[in-house]
Design a binder for this molecule. Structure first.
Ligand code: S3P
Length: 448
């Protein structure tokens, strides 16, 4: 499907609501499935990735009912009722579990499956999923006693998980990855003894927050004396049953980021995104924008099921180039394609480094972000671990491609608001993965 976005100088304005957080939705579904009792999960992200997790959990015997979206609140996400089966109650699936495009489901579900007695489960997904590394979870889970086989010498899906007894380990993460951390902590929920994950550089901590909120036996200690959002952490978990609790999911900061960027690049008045998750381990994008001189304000801050949320307002600003790297990278990893677009409009040079993980996301986002934005007239040089971006450049509408990557599709949609003339995004349907009505909501603010 092609989406056409036209330049709208100074026309973007308004209040926007974006769908529920993808990372938190996956976790809310899984940890409610492993709980004792029934939970209502509100403002669920009903996108392809998360509905894939719903289908996998149903195939594992979990009863999940998705209620229709209330007619008086059409922009809210649906509510799900999940009947927990307890830690060891998942049923062997009759068929292959298809995670679609979801790296989180691919990496995290094996942690839960490996500890189920007498289970054999096979997981696979789309072409992108079958090219993404899984050895990063197989190694620690095998140290816990998990039996997992995978294609290409244990590096790629499909993977076969044979459930059995697990034993706790202490494991230092070799890369800042919340998916790997979560796979180990989830297996730790089912293992004998203590499981400890040491992360030298902090990654998103939704798992720790949610398991703490649900009353699981989890403890988090800082590794050093640095700022809590950047200092490393030591996370300890032991196996203990916990009860289900209702969970409210905040709006996804990674989806909000596209509207914040639209406000900065093409705002007439300000753009406000409401009820956005502001977890400090995810909010690196807002910090990077401040470093670039953007005018951003955060209001109405409160806590929702253990997560910090608030309202973010962005106003049109002239940006400056900046250097972005180090421990900030995991806290804005999914926003780097968009940050590259913003940097094309900033005065001076922007350097992004330490981001080689971008090469193993849904696509190789270093190569493709540079290629697609350069097609519009940007000046981006890819490097092994990031980009060098010279700005400002005048972007001119062209035909660009999503390559099946949802974040590329949405970033190119925002680029279309600032590029001269018309930008045609081929493969725009990739947005279904995390934000199915993205282009409709972009129309709403750009016509406001
Ligand atoms: C996610 C963690 C990140 C992120 C992905 C979602 C999660 O991946 O890029 O979109 O839900 O834990 P890594 O853990 O591979 O860094």
């Amino acid at each position: 499907m092609n989406n056409v976005v036209r330049r709208c100088p100074s026309a973007v304005a308004g209040r926007v609501r974006v769908p529920g957080d993808k990372s938190i939705t996956h976790r809310a579904l899984l940890y409610s499935a492993l709980a004792d009792g029934q939970a209502r999960v509100r403002n669920l992200l009903a996108s392809a990735d998360c509905l894939g997790t719903v289908a996998c959990l149903r195939a594992l015997g979990v009863d999940i009912e998705i209620l229709p979206i209330p007619v008086d609140d059409p922009l809210s996400g649906p509510e799900a009722i999940v009947i927990g089966r307890g830690l060891f109650g998942l049923a062997e699936p009759h068929n292959i579990l298809d995670v679609g495009n979801s790296g989180t489901a691919l990496r995290v579900l094996p942690g839960a499956l490996a500890g189920q007695p007498d289970m054999i489960a096979v997981l696979t997904g789309d072409d992108s999923i079958r090219s993404r590394p899984v050895d990063r979870i197989i190694k620690p889970l095998s140290l816990m006693g998990a039996r997992i086989e995978a294609r290409a010498g244990g590096r790629l899906a499909p993977l076969v998980v044979m459930g059995g007894a697990l034993t706790g380990i202490e494991y230092q993460l070799p890369m800042a990855s919340a998916q790997v951390k979560t796979a180990i902590l989830t297996a730790g929920l089912l293992a004998d003894g203590e499981t400890v994950v040491v992360e030298p550089v902090v990654s998103r901590d939704h798992t720790e927050i949610m398991l703490g909120y649900l009353g699981a036996a989890i403890a988090v200690e800082p590794l050093g004396s640095g700022a809590p959002e950047t200092a490393g952490r030591r996370i300890t978990i032991t196996s203990a049953p916990y009860g289900a609790q209702d969970i409210d999911i905040p709006a996804d900061i990674s989806s909000a980021a596209f509207f914040i960027a639209a406000g900065i690049l093409a705002g007439e008045d300000s753009v406000t995104v409401v009820d956005v998750g502001l977890n400090p381990t995810r909010a690196g994008f807002l910090e990077a924008l401040s470093m670039m001189g953007a005018e951003i304000s955060v209001d109405s801050v409160r806590t929702l099921s253990g997560e910090v949320v608030g309202e973010v307002t962005a106003t049109r600003t002239n940006l400056q180039g900046a250097e972005i790297g180090g421990s900030m990278i995991p806290r804005l990893i999914d926003e780097l394609p968009l940050l590259a677009l913003l940097a094309t409009q900033a005065e001076g040079r922007t350097i992004v480094r330490d981001a080689s993980e971008l090469r193993v996301k849904e696509t190789d986002r270093i190569t493709l972000v540079a290629a697609e934005l350069n097609r519009l007239g940007a000046d981006i040089t890819p490097t092994p671990d990031g980009f060098v971006i010279e700005g400002p450049t005048l972007l001119k509408g062209a035909v660009v491609r999503s390559h099946g990557d949802h974040r590329l599709a949405m970033m190119l949609g925002v680029a279309g608001l600032v590029a001269e003339g018309e930008t045609v995004i081929e493969g725009g349907e990739a947005v279904d993965v995390s934000f199915p009505d993205f282009f409709d909501r972009l129309d709403l603010i750009s016509l406001a």
